[in-house]
Unconditional design. Structure first.
Length: 242
């Protein structure tokens, strides 16, 4: 088996993804990309295109930005907005809950036209398409698991691995999970359902129900939830000690 790629989840100092990488910065979009650095202009161009589409759409549909509940599909919306709308409806959350994952995957799919594998991190949310298994370091705030464990996933064909937290970072969550991580067939779905799962968890006793809920959802391949010193994992996510 090939050596797994390694992607830290929290901090970008010392990133070691087994290959070359670069950053793409545009306003509040900050991507870390593991791919040939020669593709940086392609990635930046795609980010500018996506942001332009979303900003134009939001200027005409303010509710898309502010809604915390699902919205109906809109034939007039650009593809990235429709992806967010579609991902958020089954998760029962607003479309912006899927924005980081949707952008990461759209940029990744563009780069895959030029290279066989790519990893993109967008605020801790990942789009992965790799011939090797991928290790993503666990970051769950003050939990003892932070920096001590990683999630190993198989990423051939592309998938999303996204995390929501009620105690760390800027994610909007109505729960108290230190980390609610979802592996899904698309990064937008992973992002939306990570929010939904995180909203369900206020104490460690909520972990089993949250994992059971995630396991019932179409397109969800795995889920992991951390609250303090308690962790629960279900599906196609393997926990590895660092």
């Amino acid at each position: 088996m090939k050596t797994p790629l390694f992607v830290p989840r929290a901090y970008r100092s010392g990133l070691g993804a087994g290959g070359r990488s670069f950053r793409v910065l545009c306003r509040d979009t900050d991507l870390w990309v593991s791919a040939d650095p020669d593709l940086e202009p392609v990635a930046l161009g795609k980010v500018l295109e996506l942001r332009g589409q979303l900003e134009d759409y939001i200027s005409r549909n303010r509710g898309f930005l502010t809604s915390l509940s699902p919205l109906p599909d809109d034939d007039s919306a650009p593809p990235v907005a429709r992806e967010m709308l579609a991902a958020s409806r089954p998760a029962g959350v607003g479309p912006m809950a899927a924005v980081a994952g949707a952008i990461a995957e759209a940029v990744g799919r563009e780069l895959l036209k030029h290279v066989p594998e790519v990893l993109i991190e967008n605020g801790g949310d990942l789009f992965l398409d790799s011939e090797r298994p991928v290790l993503a370091e666990v970051f769950a705030g003050s939990s003892a698991f932070s920096g001590k464990l990683a999630y190993e996933v198989q990423a051939g064909g592309g998938c999303g691995l996204c995390t929501s937290s009620g105690t760390v970072g800027h994610s909007l969550s109505f729960g108290k999970a230190d980390a609610a991580t979802v592996l899904a067939v698309t990064a937008a779905a992973a992002d939306a359902f990570a929010t939904a799962v995180g909203n369900m968890v206020r104490t460690r006793e909520d972990i089993p129900a949250a994992l059971e809920y995630a396991g019932r959802q179409p397109g969800i391949k795995g889920c992991a939830v951390i609250v303090g010193d308690a962790i629960g994992v279900r599906g196609e996510i393997k926990v590895v000690k660092l």
